[in-house]
Ligand binder design. Structure first.
Ligand SMILES: C[S@@+](CC[C@H](N)C(=O)[O-])C[C@H]1O[C@@H](n2cnc3c(N)ncnc32)[C@H](O)[C@@H]1O
Length: 238
């Protein structure tokens, strides 16, 4: 049986209460089993889940030595991004200033703070619920160098230029590219996420349209996103 486990919460793709009861008994450290009734939607990227059995949807998920507290019924968790959450930590040099434009609960910001010697990470999040968990995750992981900011990243001004900007919004962060260029210093890196085909041609065009001299350093296929569609990230030098 295929299922996903986020902390103590199991998510299955079938509306099957008997199966949920079996999993609750059988899988250690499980408190609730939920059914995925639809796709993650909207600007806040909220999941569509229904509780089948158990109690409580708030949990702490552990990954790459980091703790992520979240309410699984309100906040998404993308297991498919786990390698990207690690890859990004290997690119950062000591002393970097980083802006995470779509920080959520700290999906990227927390591993960056835990596993690198970045000087400061500005983590911007528009959804107050996700922002609340971001703040809790900063505490839980005993992080000192994240500055959480509640608001729309388009309206945020930061006094220093960033060495690196993360644009982890799906399905598209295209409308935020100019703002990312505004955040980053000359020679800095933008990690531009989006959905594209076998090759990320349209994402490359998006970049070239707003920044002719930008250089694409890497194209990373993160995960599948429906038939012949993929979640890509481009590492772009500005
Ligand atoms: C869910 S995260 C992406 C997570 C990450 N890419 C992953 O899959 O692990 C995207 C976050 O961006 C936030 N967001 C959307 N528009 C925003 C904006 N204009 N400014 C700041 N945050 C925004 C959403 O509320 C959401 O929490």
């Amino acid at each position: 049986m295929h299922y996903q486990k986020i902390g103590q919460v199991i998510i299955i793709n079938k509306n099957d209460k008997k199966l949920a009861e079996r999993l609750l008994k059988k899988i250690p450290d499980t408190k609730t089993v939920m059914y995925k009734s639809g796709w993650i939607e909207g600007q806040f990227r909220q999941p569509k889940l229904k509780k089948l059995v158990g109690n409580g949807t708030e949990t702490i998920h552990k990954e790459h030595g980091c703790l992520f507290k979240l309410d699984v019924s309100k906040i998404m968790w993308s297991k498919g991004n786990h390698l990207e959450r690690l890859r990004i930590t290997k690119l950062v040099k000591p002393g970097e200033i980083i802006v995470d434009m779509f920080a959520g609960i700290g999906y990227f910001s927390v591993p960056l703070a835990v596993h690198t010697k970045a000087k400061r990470i500005y983590s911007i999040e528009i959804n107050p619920v996700a922002y609340g968990y971001l703040r809790e995750n900063i505490e839980l992981n005993k992080i000192k160098n994240i500055e959480p900011i509640l608001g729309d990243c388009l309206n945020v001004d930061i006094d220093e230029k960033a060495d690196r900007v993360l644009m982890g919004l799906l399905p598209s962060s295209k409308n935020y590219l100019l703002k990312a260029i505004d955040f980053v210093r000359s020679g800095g890196i933008i990690h531009y996420h989006g959905i594209d085909e076998e090759e990320p041609k349209s994402l490359e065009r998006d970049v070239k349209k707003v920044c002719e001299n930008c250089k694409i350093l890497q194209r990373v296929k993160i995960k599948s996103w429906g038939p012949r569609r993929y979640h890509w990230v481009l590492d772009v030098k500005v």
